[in-house]
Design a protein around this ligand. Structure first.
Ligand code: F0G
Length: 458
């Protein structure tokens, strides 16, 4: 018999969870116009709305909070973080920002112009938002397998190289400032990209003389999957794999709220001195002076430590195993989930779960609301609401997959809490055929509507 795996940490501080009843939650979600983003955290029992900024910091990170140097310019906390980022990523330049989308805003201000195209693997919604806001467009080159919920492809985040090459051949010169690879690819289910694929994208980029950037929000989780799924790298350390991945890119944007294991933070890292200079000016305008970029000194110290911990194998193994424990339990209960299980989240296939609710009535949102009412679990819709409207036709964009994402915060919940989530879904699954109608939109914002949309019951 083998010893079971255990978390490589113990708990030093706890935070209580407020309990509530289905009746209370029914009223709260109605008052929130059926938008889970509008609930207060004390109305939620298990909060799986995101893994972003919701993780638990270690004792060493908290110690860094005390050591924070809050000098406006050249603080020791900045220098510490700069050293760690350069060490881990291998990039020459580093600019802190307050979070990932801020890094996108700064970098895209420097590089993206009206009429440009940014090919990549299913860009995250803020990334897409920042590109479309500049009247440029994203081109999705994710492999077809990514949209097949059952296929057991080990790297569903991969770029379809033929599709990318076709785009690179057919797009007028100068209209593609860079290709963007998101690791892991959140939008298709937290699926990793192989090193082989990143290498091939790099050589296409070399051939057609375009830059390659990485959205590295979950780069360490991606490196873990490379280590366990890509033969060439079984004997490489996570830190070696990370270096290799980034050595293939010209730069990166980072939401440190994920694999940096901090509650707030982000950065840009890159190699080109001219781009660095232009980005620095935008960073000063939007984020703050280049040695803090919207972050406190203490937060930069905690991030430096978080990046070191977040790239350790033992931590990543326990993290990914917790996520897959939830996936396996759901699978045992026949609840339809996206496979292989993602790095940061389990995605429930709402189309299979509640096929009787028309997609025009936001079936994934309807399932997320039911999960909240029954068990107080807050997930998030990754479907038609999130996909938003086409910026030109203003028609709903119906994505290939309608999912509910259960994102697992890092080092925050226990296995028994994962079991609670699995059983809650089993209970709903058993009565799924009763669900026949969903929701209609009462009000929506012109962009990124899912955060503020108001819904009514159909
Ligand atoms: N890129 C990816 C792949 C992301 O998942 C996110 C955020 C961002 C960029 C933006 O970073 O939030 O720090 O501004 N994802 C969160 C989520 C919000 O819930 O998946 P941010």
């Amino acid at each position: 018999m083998q010893l079971p795996y255990i978390e490589p940490y113990k708990i030093k501080m706890v935070e209580s969870i407020e309990q509530s009843t289905p009746e209370q939650r029914k009223k709260w979600i109605e008052d929130a116009s059926y938008n889970l983003f509008k609930l207060n955290s004390n109305q939620v029992v298990i909060d799986l709305i995101t893994d972003s900024g919701t993780g638990a910091m270690s004792d060493k990170q908290w110690a860094e909070i005390m050591l924070g140097d809050e000098s406006y310019a050249g603080s020791s906390s900045f220098l510490k973080l700069e050293k760690t980022v350069k060490n881990i990523t291998g990039f020459k330049y580093f600019i802190p920002t307050h979070q990932g989308r801020a890094a996108e805003n700064v970098l895209f201000s420097a590089l993206v112009k009206k009429g440009d195209f940014i090919p990549g693997n299913a860009h995250f919604d803020t990334t897409k938002g920042h590109i479309e806001y500049r009247k440029a467009a994203t081109l999705d080159c994710t492999i077809k397998d990514a949209f097949d919920v059952e296929t057991d492809h080990p790297f569903k985040g991969n770029i379809d190289l033929e599709k990318l090459e076709e785009i690179l051949v057919n797009t007028p010169k100068g209209k593609i400032p860079f290709v963007l690879i998101t690791i892991t690819c959140n939008t298709v289910g937290g699926q990793p990209v192989s090193l082989e694929n990143i290498r091939s994208v790099r050589s296409l980029c070399n051939q057609y003389k375009v830059n390659l950037f990485i959205d590295g929000a979950r780069f360490a989780e991606n490196a873990y999957f490379i280590k366990i799924r890509e033969k060439e790298f079984v004997n490489h350390s996570i830190k070696e794999i990370v270096k290799e991945m980034f050595s293939l890119a010209d730069g990166m944007t980072m939401s440190a709220k994920k694999d940096g294991i901090v509650n707030m933070g982000g950065f840009i890292a890159l190699n080109n001195p001219d781009t660095h200079e232009v980005c620095s000016n935008f960073a000063i305008m939007y984020e703050g002076f280049v040695t803090y970029g919207g972050m406190s000194g203490r937060d930069m110290g905690a991030l430096s430590q978080g990046l070191i911990e977040g790239t350790s194998f033992d931590y990543l193994q326990s993290r990914i195993r917790q996520v897959s424990y939830l996936g396996q339990r759901l699978d045992e209960f026949n609840v339809p989930v996206l496979k292989p299980f993602g790095g940061h989240a389990i995605y429930i296939d709402a189309t299979k779960f509640v096929p009787n609710i028309p997609k025009e009535e936001y079936r994934a949102q309807a399932l997320a609301i039911e999960l909240y009412i029954i068990a107080g679990i807050r997930g998030v819709e990754i479907g038609t609401l999130l996909a938003d409207r086409d910026p030109i036709t203003r028609e709903n964009r119906f994505p290939k997959l309608e999912m509910v994402r259960l994102a697992i915060p890092r080092r925050t919940y226990t296995l028994s809490q994962m079991e609670y989530v699995a059983v809650a879904l089993k209970i709903i699954y058993e009565t799924r055929n009763n669900a026949k109608s969903g929701y209609t939109i009462k009000w929506e914002a012109p962009i990124m509507r899912h955060f503020s949309v108001k819904l009514t019951k159909k």
